[in-house]
Design a protein around this ligand. Sequence first.
Ligand SMILES: [Zn+2]
Length: 500
Amino acid sequence: MSHLVGKVIQENESLFKDISHKIWSNPELSFQETYAHDLLTAALEKFGFEVQKNYLLPTAFRAEFCNSKDGPTIAILCEYDALPNMGHACGHNLIAEIGIAAGIAVKSLMEDNSSICGKVVVLGTPAEEGGGGKIKMIEKGAFSDIDASLMAHPQLNNMLYPLILDLARVTVVYKMKEGLDPWENPNANDAAVACYYNISMIRRCFDPRWRVSGIIKRSTWEETELVFSYRAPTQREILTIKKKLKNCFENAAVVTGCECLYDFEEDSQGSYRGMIANRRMAQVFAKHAETKGIVFQDNNLRICESAVSTDMGNVSHVVPSIHPEYSIGACAPHVNHTPGFTVAAGSSEAQEVSLKIAECLAQTVWDLMTDSELMLKVKTEFETNPNRVSAAPSIVFQDNNLRICESAVSTDMGNVSHVVPSIHPEYSIGACAPHVNHTPGFTVAAGSSEAQEVSLKIAECLAQTVWDLMTDSELMLKVKTEFETNPNRVSAAPSRQAGE
Ligand SMILES: [Zn+2]
């Protein structure tokens, strides 16, 4: 197997390098990658792939080869957009080269083993640099029939699990209160500075993988505007940072007596998600890479600290995915997104190692296609990851099921709910009818280990809810208002009726 992969890639080496060099020499910005689109789709057509040009987006494509629909569908992703004024400073010409080389190698293996069921897809994903091309493709259903997706990205180091963070943004505006003289009172400038210092101070207590960076965008005595981006591995941590930032903003407003307006980009659909690297799949890739002498540096803490964001993170929440990074020989300060990296991405050294990586990806795809147990483990790991944003909640409420809703009980917790805002959700411990509450069957269920598992999950949810109430005064106020305005409370003052 590994012999055939190496042979196919070697035989077509000059073609792959030529494509990479042409894309590098003709850098195109996000959503304008027509030259790369045409070049890549023409090559894939020539190799007998069924190609859909302009697939869902004008410069995206999908090329597939299928032995049988029964097996898994596995996608290898290409990127090919460049950066303004810097050309291919992120080496996406190499990602395109790897994508087609790996795809063509897998197709050869499939033709050589026609009894193996499956489909290989080479997916052209434009506009990674800020455009979120993959996010748009997810929304349009590009991944709905994909079982797993893979790509590899050039970097300074070899990393199996690079730190790829969830990215969110916020804008803060401070306004001096009207009618005050700036020389007599703190002004919007002071508020901006106080806000900036507050954030600098809380950063000291951050998890080492969290990031906040920002600028004072415009500043007069009367009004200032600050823009911050903040990043963390998971959505839950993003929300924690958000709360801390809110405190920083509001504190600066209180101290300076300025008005404070902030706008958290709630449009989380459009933002880049943290990467959930599929460990099972990554280990298979690592096994192949290590036989080629590629050494991963994930245990080097100084290297691990560097963090990026990419729309491949979003893909990893939708299908099991990997996004290893590999060295193309560039060294600091010539990191990604600098002209020095552009030079490295065009070097023959970068092409050599990229084709090695293409072999490893092709072998990983082949392992997934031929080993159904591995594929199952990859999927199970994906489905049970609690950090997936699209993950179905592990506890599903059935309030809309009328047959279930019909059953009714009474409890003195009802009385409490008339005196203070209360909740009393019910949860399944695995017992089924006729073993309802107040029957011996339910006694058995209440002593089971299954019941204990789910009860501890529920305890977590309650603790988190209490914490939210304690830390979010706006939420607490809403809870109280809802309670106080409920006309059904027995202790509530009777509401006046019209005409009384
Ligand atoms: Zn990149």
